[in-house]
Write a protein that binds this ligand. Structure first.
Ligand SMILES: Cc1cc2nc3c(=O)[nH]c(=O)nc-3n(C[C@H](O)[C@H](O)[C@H](O)COP(=O)(O)OP(=O)(O)OC[C@H]3O[C@@H](n4cnc5c(N)ncnc54)[C@H](O)[C@@H]3O)c2cc1C
Length: 299
């Protein structure tokens, strides 16, 4: 087991913020993962799983536990005939999107610009352009962090909804996911659609700066980004954290932001929106070492 000590988590998040973890491991096999879980349970050390850290705000102070980074558990099997695709949790979603398009499988062209892993996509039910992971996923394999047991869960059992899944409530580590895609499509056409999707995102979202994508969930029938933009908050800064001038639902790390800068900016937006519209914007991003309000009273 290769477990490293006092590792800076800013290098494991797309926001490029986060303090050190007391322990960190980057397993590249299922056996290693099981050993890590057994070790953590025996030593009574708490465990947190991260994928690409593209939807995660990690506090600047020491995290007293074991972080299991899944980025090294990569690879996928693609059956061109049936459209069945099985990928390990650490495989980047854009890589999978490209691979299946090249195999003539239709269904993941929207995923090319989402810089997470397959495991993170299942947990978050990541999606774009009206499509989402839940629509294509058949089942996943997980290991329980409580007892180290491995088992399979079907799509239906995962209780998917908008950016939500049962995985956000359970103490499970996703090791792989099985997708059902549509076979027999023209690979060139799929590649063109995939390229166009990426171009559109690059033109409308601040991909050149560290971010975590959309910070807030969209309230029913409304867009969080539009609400924030209409309040004139684009470009508003706290420390090195800034509400993107390109897309108001993005907070970018424009100048050596700390996690605390980003956290304060999130709270500021929530207060402004609550004051002017009476709505509490709920965060889409997950957090380590922070609590986001679930209720906000403005006096
Ligand atoms: C520029 C940019 C654009 C984005 N655009 C979109 C978009 O269009 N649509 C969208 O839905 N999201 C978008 N995102 C957000 C993000 O990429 C997705 O939420 C993604 O699915 C997160 O995957 P991840 O591997 O980075 O997960 P992480 O951020 O590492 O983790 C997210 C959550 O999943 C859990 N987790 C991750 N992997 C595992 C695992 N193997 N087992 C158990 N738990 C796990 C973590 O504990 C955490 O709770 C964007 C982000 C960026 C930076």
């Amino acid at each position: 087991m290769n477990i490293r000590k006092n590792i800076l988590l800013a290098n494991f998040t797309t926001w490029k913020v986060g303090g050190p973890a007391k322990w960190l491991a980057e397993p590249s096999s299922i056996e290693e993962i099981k050993e890590l879980i057994n070790w953590a349970n025996k030593e009574k050390i708490k465990c947190y799983i991260i994928g690409a850290g593209s939807n995660l705000l990690i506090n600047d102070s020491l995290w007293e536990g074991l972080i299991i980074s899944m980025k090294k558990l990569q690879g996928s099997k693609i059956d061109k005939k049936s459209g069945i695709v099985e990928g390990f949790a650490g495989e980047p979603l854009p890589t999978l999107s490209r691979k299946v398009a090249r195999a003539g499988l239709h269904g993941l062209e929207w995923a090319v610009g989402i810089p997470g892993t397959i495991g993170g996509a299942a947990v978050m039910n990541a999606g774009a352009q009206g499509d989402c992971t839940a629509e294509k996923l058949d089942s996943i394999k997980v290991i329980s962090l409580t007892n180290g047991k491995e088992f399979k869960i079907t799509n239906k059992e995962l209780k998917f909804s908008y950016r939500k899944s049962l995985l956000q409530e359970e103490n499970w580590l996703v090791i792989s996911a099985r997708f059902k895609l549509k076979p027999g499509f023209d690979e060139q056409v799929l590649n063109e659609i995939t390229n166009k999707n990426l171009q559109r995102r690059l033109a409308t979202q601040p991909y050149h700066l560290p971010s975590c994508g959309s910070v807030f969930r969209n309230p029913k029938n409304q867009k969080a980004g539009e609400i924030i933009e209409k309040l004139g908050l684009k470009g508003f800064k706290i420390g090195g954290a800034e509400i993107s001038k390109t897309h108001a639902n993005f907070i970018v790390n424009s100048n050596n932001a700390t996690a605390n800068d980003i956290y304060k900016l999130i709270l500021h937006i929530q207060k402004e929106v609550k004051m002017k519209h009476g709505i509490l914007l709920h965060t889409e991003v997950k957090q380590i070492g922070f609590e986001f309000p679930t209720n906000l009273k403005i006096s």
